[in-house]
Design a protein around this ligand. Structure first.
Ligand code: HBI
Length: 361
């Protein structure tokens, strides 16, 4: 049994959608560690909520989302930073834990690693974003081998330390997603509404095909949304809001396909396995995590990145995909149990190598 301290992303409260896919990862890994009888405390900004997992809420100002910054932007922390306050809490309580698990894509947790006398596992939730973060992450990956984890190999490949990351993949609670054999007409798009997700490509495809597009996710950048509506006044789109999993899958399962149009190297794309779990095929740009998830021609289509034409061609072929194969792939590769096994053995490996090091001292 391990006593685990999870430190969440500082960009928004868990459950707000601000933290994107990593919110789902924290929920799912926490759930699996509790099921395995480990002791766990999750530390996160005020207002955070998880299902059946108690949270230690920390005050302070949220961190700026790193994807809004340039590659050479200096490290910044707001006054009374919630990230700093989370690590003050970790320092004060460190004797109660065996392992700290960091889920923040930020400089401070990596910089503080050598200052702590207990092991810290870093789960990295995006591809390379800034020079300063690449540097500090590389230092930690080299100084503490085996303590850096990522979702996928393409994501690892965006970092200088790519070949020494633990590839942990993702997983979801499949019991929350209900298979649908007979979809309605519409297509789906799911994610934070922000430029790096290139929603405009999916809207353009809906405009061309005339097939209604249901859009789900956090309205992160309103002016970006407004521009898309101005550019495509006649596109058959509907914003369905940011929904909890139960309501989301009730609508997602009835769609003919999920469109994934990332402009960046999507680290994983949890939305892809949520769709597959409902039997919904995925049409995605052949880039990043989705390129490792979608079985081209079997559970969806992988198309040339940034090509709306390629999206439209794939949409026309969507009935070639057997929806049972989609659900089957989710069950085989993305169950919560499989995810829990991967994270638990990652944690145990870190503890083992730590104890060996201490023995040799
Ligand atoms: N930005 N600074 C910062 N820190 C994070 O933890 C972070 C982020 N941007 C996005 C984000 N996390 C998550 O939405 C992704 O990890 C999925």
């Amino acid at each position: 049994m391990l006593r685990l301290l999870f430190l969440s992303t500082p960009v928004g409260p868990l459950g707000s959608g601000q933290g994107g896919g990593v919110e789902l990862t924290v929920q799912n890994v926490a759930q699996e560690m509790v099921r395995r009888r480990h002791e766990l405390e999750v530390v996160a900004p005020v207002g955070s909520r998880l299902t059946n997992i108690p949270i230690r809420e920390i005050e302070g100002n949220l961190q700026i989302a790193v994807q809004t910054q340039e590659r050479n932007t200096p490290i910044c922390l707001p006054a009374n930073s919630v990230l700093g306050n989370m690590w003050t809490y970790a320092r004060q309580r460190r004797s109660h834990y065996d392992l700290i698990v960091n889920f923040a894509f930020d400089w401070l947790p990596f910089y503080l690693t050598p200052f702590f006398d207990l092991p810290i596992a870093h789960f990295i939730s995006m591809g390379s974003m800034t020079i300063a973060l690449d540097q500090i992450m590389t230092q930690v990956a080299q100084q503490y081998p085996g303590t850096v984890g990522v979702y996928t190999r393409p994501q690892a490949g965006t970092f200088p330390f790519g070949d020494c990351c633990n590839i942990l993949g993702s997983g979801i609670d499949l019991s929350l997603y209900e298979f649908c054999a007979e979809p309605e007409q519409s297509l789906a798009w799911l994610g934070r509404i922000a430029p790096e997700k290139a929603l405009e490509d999916a809207v353009a495809a809906a405009d061309i095909t005339g097939i209604p597009l249901k859009i789900f996710g956090k309205m992160q950048e309103r002016d970006y949304w407004d521009k898309i509506c101005r550019d495509f006044p006649a596109a058959p789109i509907e914003y369905a809001g940011f929904l909890p999993t139960r309501e989301l899958q009730q609508q997602l399962r009835q769609c003919r396909a999920l469109l994934m149009t990332p402009r960046w190297v999507e680290a994983f794309g949890n939305v892809a396995i949520e769709a597959l779990a409902c039997g919904v095929p995925v049409i995605a740009y052949r880039r990043g995590g989705p390129a490792e998830i979608v079985r081209d021609g079997e559970t969806g289509f992988l198309v040339e990145p940034n090509s709306v034409t390629a999206l439209v061609e794939a949409i026309k072929r969507i009935d070639e995909i057997n929806r049972d194969s989609c659900r089957q792939q989710a069950e085989t590769e993305y169950s919560l149990e499989a995810l829990g096994d991967r994270f638990e053995s990652w944690f145990m490996d870190i503890m083992r190598s730590r104890n060996e090091k201490v023995l040799h001292l």
